[in-house]
Design a protein around this ligand. Structure first.
Ligand code: SF4
Length: 222
């Protein structure tokens, strides 16, 4: 068991040593993190920041503020994040969900409203909230120990030989969570480091010479 854990922890240790803490998730409140988790779907973070700034400028970055906007007005304000009509509907759905749960004024209280597994199911039932978004909200907004999986995770860990590559989201998540201690800080930092590596080095055409994981990775030899 220890050897298996080490194989899945070793990349984390090397990435942390190479890149340092990533200080995720950028956001001043749990609600801002939730909004960011929806807006970041299919776009770069810099675009999300512009959309969030548009809401903040008029003090609309609250659950009630967003619900009070018309769909068209909300879409216009979040236009920089792309897919703005779709994302406006998704943000409204998330805010309506928070209001239904009785946490519109204090969204972080969602954390205590149900056990983790139940909370995840409730989030997945919200329009536009898929597994990655739900888990990002659980981990980064609510500080709950859930490992977030994304396309970078799949690519890097397939190249490292720890995944086959065709596993479903749940199987990849289980692979991490079965082997790593259930620690929010570890999950938070590990995912952030994976994203950093995936964006900067382990790209579709990887820059293996600059990779902190090169010594353990079979991919450059294949
Ligand atoms: S050595 Fe290359 S393929 Fe392997 S993880 Fe690093 S960048 Fe990706």
């Amino acid at each position: 068991m220890k050897a298996r854990t080490d194989r899945w922890l070793a990349p984390y240790r090397r990435l942390l040593a190479a890149y340092g803490p990533q200080h995720w998730w950028p956001g001043e409140t749990a609600f801002e993190v939730m909004v960011g988790a929806v807006l970041t779907q299919n776009t770069a973070w810099v675009n999300v920041e512009r959309a969030i700034d548009n809401l903040k400028r008029d003090a609309l970055l609250t659950c009630r503020g967003i619900l009070a906007l018309s769909d068209a007005d909300l879409a216009e304000r979040i236009r920089p994040a792309g897919y703005f009509n779709v994302k406006a509907r998704r943000l409204k759905a998330l805010c309506a969900f928070l209001a239904e749960q009785g946490v519109a004024d204090h969204p972080v209280a969602l954390r205590d409203s149900a056990p983790l597994a139940e909370l995840r199911q409730r989030l997945l039932a919200v329009h536009g909230v898929g597994e990655e978004t739900a888990d990002s909200i659980l981990l980064y907004a609510l500080d709950l120990p859930v490992f977030v999986v994304d396309a970078y995770t799949r690519r890097i860990f397939t190249r490292l030989g720890l995944l086959r590559g065709e596993e479903r989201y749940a199987a990849i998540q289980r692979a991490f969570m079965d082997r790593l201690p259930a620690e929010v800080r570890l999950y938070n930092e590990y995912h952030a480091l994976i994203v950093h590596l995936g964006k900067s080095v382990c790209r579709p055409r990887p820059r293996c010479g600059a990779c902190p994981l090169l010594h353990r990775c079979p991919h450059p030899r294949t």
